[in-house]
Design a protein around this ligand. Structure first.
Ligand code: PEP
Ligand code: MG
Length: 594
C-alpha cells in the first residue's frame, strides 16, 4: 500500500471542461521542467565539451528515430519515409557542421548554436520558390526540436506511446498533442495552464475525455503513479483520495450517467419552446469521426466544422483530395442537414509544428485564421476547391473566421470567386448557391455588422474569441480565466447588436461559441433572438431539454431585466436564481460551471 503523504486527499481546483468523472493513475508529462538553456557563452575549455554534447545528442536522436521506425505499426508503415528524411537531416552538413562551427567560432553553447543554425536554414528555405521544398523546413524543425529536448535531458515524451490506462498530468498540452492521445488508453487529463475555451479544452470535449485545465500547479503536486479523481464537471482533482472520497465520486458518476441517459432519450425532439418558438440546434465538430455522435445526440446539422485539425496532425499539409474526401464524407453522412464548414483558423493557440508560422509575441493578435489564409492564397485556394467540390454532395455553408472588416471579407470572397471560375473552366461540379457567412468574433466586425450583413448570407457569432478580444483576455491564460465572462453586459450588448443587424438585413444569425452549450446562457440567447445555436454534441440533449421548457415570452421578459444590469456578477446571480427555480437539478449535477 502507498504510504500516506502530504498529498493524500489534497484537492486542487481548476477549470472543468468535460462533465464526467474518472478515477485512475497519474502519468506525469512534465515538459516544463526540462528548461532549455538557450543562450550561454562558454569558455575555451567548455567549447570541446559543447561539441561533444552536440555529437552525443545527434547519436541519441538517430537511435530514437531508428527505434521509432522499427516500432511503427503496419497500418502507417507507408509513412516511414518521414523518419528516413529525419535521419538524413541529422546527417546533413547544413545542420551538423554549421552548428559545430558556431560553437567553435562564437564560443556559445550547443543549444544556442543549434537555434542559430535553424534560423539560417529557415532563411535559406524561405528563398526557395518551390512550395514542396520550402515546406520541408518543418522536417528540419522537428529534428531540431528533438535535438534540443535531448540536449536538455528530456528524452522526448511521446503521448502516442502511452500504453496503459492513465490520467495525463501535464503543464500544458497543445491541441496537436491532444490529437496524438490514444483515447482508448487515456482516461482523462489535467493541465497547469489553459482556459475553458482554449482549443485544448475544446479538443477534450470532442474526444470525450474528462479534463480539468488551468490548475496552475498540478505538475508540482502530483507524482507519477498517484491515484487521482478528476471531476470534469466541478473542476476538482483529488490526489490520493481516501476510500470514502472514491465511493462518493463513484456514486456521483453513476447519478450523472443516469441523468444524462434520461435526457438523451428526448434529444431527437425539436428545440421548440412551450409557446411554439423554434430554433436550430447543431453540433460543433473537429473531426470527421464526430459526425455520427453529432447525429446521435440530436444535432440538426453541423453548425461549425473546425477544419484545422487535418493540418495539425503533424503530417504536413493535407492535399486537395484528402480534404475533399473528408468534407464529402461529413456532408454525405449529414445529408440533407446542413454542414457549416469554417475555413482554416490556424494560428493563435492552434499551431502546427510542421507549418511555418513564425513565432509571434501575441499569437492571438497575430497572423491567425483569415489573415493567414489571405497571406497564403495557395493554401487557402486548395481548401476552397475541396469545400466547393464537396458542396456538390450535400448542403454546405462556408464560413470565414476572424473577419475584422469589409475589406477582408471582400478579399476572401474574391479568392472564392476565382476558385469558382477555375472549377467552371475545368467543368467540375459544385453548389452554385452555396451560402457564404462570416464568424463574428472580432469587436470591429460587431461595430460593422450593419455593413457586413449586406455582403454575406449569414452570421455565426464566435463568443470564445469575441469575449477574448472584447474583454482583452487571452483565452488560454489561466491567470485571467476569471475574466472570461459571457455574462459581461458588453458581450450581451454585442450579441444583441449582431442579431439586430442580421434581422435588419434579413439574414440568419447563429452562435457557435462555448456559450451556446452553457445551460445558464440559454434563456438569454433565446431572448436575444438567435436563429440557431451550435455546440459540443454532448451538450445538445440538455440544451434541447431546456429550450423545450422555457417559454420564449419569459425569455424575452427576463432579457429586458438582464439588459438593465450593469455587471457580469449581477447577470449571473439573476440567472442562477432563475435556474434554481426552474431546473434545481442542474446545480446538483454540476452543470452550472463557475
Ligand atoms: C469562437 O471563437 O467562439 C469559435 C467558435 O471559434 P474557435 O473556438 O474555434 O476559435
Ligand atoms: Mg474563434
Amino acid at each position: 500500500m502507498k504510504e500516506q503523504s502530504v498529498t493524500s486527499g489534497k484537492e486542487l481546483r481548476g477549470i472543468p471542461v468535460y462533465p464526467d468523472i474518472v478515477i485512475g493513475k497519474a502519468h506525469l508529462v512534465d515538459r516544463s521542467r526540462a528548461k532549455i538553456l538557450y543562450q550561454c557563452f562558454v569558455n575555451k575549455e567548455q567549447v570541446t565539451r559543447e561539441v561533444d554534447r552536440f555529437e552525443e545528442a545527434l547519436r541519441s536522436v538517430e537511435a530514437q528515430f531508428i527505434s521509432l521506425k522499427d516500432r511503427m505499426p503496419d497500418t502507417v508503415k507507408d509513412q516511414a519515409f518521414i523518419l528516413d528524411s529525419h535521419l538524413m537531416i541529422l546527417k546533413d552538413s547544413m545542420l551538423r557542421d554549421s552548428t559545430i562551427n558556431k560553437i567553435l567560432s562564437e564560443k556559445i553553447n550547443a543549444e544556442w548554436a543549434l537555434k542559430k543554425t535553424l534560423e539560417e536554414i529557415r532563411g535559406v528555405f524561405e528563398q526557395i520558390d518551390d512550395d514542396y521544398i520550402s515546406n520541408r523546413i518543418s522536417d528540419v524543425e522537428n529534428v531540431a526540436e528533438r535535438l534540443l529536448r535531448t540536449l536538455s535531458g528530456d528524452t522526448a515524451h511521446s503521448l502516442s506511446n502511452i500504453n496503459h490506462r492513465v490520467i495525463i498530468v501535464a503543464h500544458d498540452l497543445s491541441p496537436a498533442d491532444t490529437t496524438e492521445l490514444n483515447t482508448a488508453k487515456v482516461m482523462g487529463f489535467i493541465t497547469d495552464v489553459g482556459g475553458r475555451t482554449s482549443h485544448t479544452a475544446i479538443m477534450a470535449q470532442a474526444l470525450e475525455i474528462p479534463a480539468v485545465v488551468g490548475l496552475e500547479n498540478a505538475t508540482a503536486w502530483v507524482e507519477d503513479g498517484d491515484l487521482l479523481i478528476v471531476d470534469g464537471s466541478s473542476g476538482v482533482v483529488v490526489i490520493n483520495p481516501e476510500d470514502s472520497d472514491i465511493i462518493s465520486y463513484q456514486e456521483r458518476k453513476l447519478q450523472l450517467e443516469k441523468y444524462n441517459s434520461s435526457i438523451a432519450r428526448m434529444s431527437h425532439l425539436p428545440a421548440e419552446t412551450p409557446d411554439g418558438h423554434r430554433i436550430a440546434i447543431t453540433a460543433n465538430i473537429e473531426f470527421l469521426e464526430e459526425v455520427t455522435a453529432a447525429k446521435d445526440y440530436g444535432g440538426e446539422g453541423i453548425g461549425l466544422y473546425r477544419t484545422e485539425f487535418l493540418y495539425l496532425r503533424g503530417k504536413g499539409f493535407p492535399d486537395e483530395e484528402e480534404l475533399f474526401e473528408d468534407y464529402r464524407e461529413v456532408v454525405e453522412i449529414m445529408r440533407p442537414a446542413p454542414v457549416s464548414i469554417r475555413t482554416l483558423d490556424l494560428g493563435g493557440d492552434k499551431f502546427a509544428s510542421d507549418i511555418a508560422i513564425s513565432e509571434e509575441n501575441n499569437p492571438a493578435l497575430g497572423l491567425r485564421a483569415i489573415r493567414f489564409c489571405l497571406r497564403e492564397p495557395e493554401i487557402f485556394k486548395t481548401q476552397l476547391r475541396a469545400i466547393l467540390r464537396a458542396s456538390a454532395f450535400g448542403s454546405i455553408q462556408l464560413m470565414f473566421p476572424m473577419i475584422s472588416g469589409l475589406q477582408e471579407l471582400l478579399d476572401a470572397r474574391a479568392i472564392l470567386d476565382k476558385v469558382r471560375e477555375d472549377l467552371d473552366r475545368e467543368d467540375i461540379p459544385y453548389d452554385t448557391a452555396m451560402e457564404v457567412g462570416i464568424m463574428m468574433e472580432v469587436p470591429a466586425a460587431v461595430a460593422m455588422a450593419e455593413v457586413l450583413a449586406h455582403y454575406c448570407d449569414f452570421f455565426s457569432i464566435g463568443t470564445n474569441d469575441l469575449i477574448q478580444y472584447a474583454l482583452a483576455i487571452d483565452r488560454v491564460n489561466e491567470h485571467v480565466a476569471y475574466m472570461y465572462q459571457p455574462f459581461h453586459p458588453a458581450i450581451l450588448r454585442m450579441i444583441r447588436q449582431v442579431v439586430e443587424a442580421a434581422r435588419n438585413a434579413n439574414i440568419r444569425v447563429s452562435l457557435c461559441g462555448e456559450m451556446a452549450g452553457d445551460p445558464l446562457c440559454i434563456s438569454i440567447l433565446l431572448g436575444i433572438g438567435l436563429d440557431g445555436l451550435s455546440m459540443n454534441a454532448r451538450a445538445i440533449p440538455l440544451i434541447k431539454k431546456l429550450v423545450r421548457a422555457i417559454p420564449i415570452k419569459q425569455a424575452r421578459a427576463d432579457l429586458e431585466e438582464i439588459m438593465r444590469l450593469n455587471t457580469a456578477k449581477e447577470v449571473r446571480t439573476y440567472l442562477l436564481k432563475r435556474s434554481r427555480e426552474m431546473f434545481p437539478e442542474l446545480e446538483e449535477k454540476g452543470y452550472l460551471l463557475d
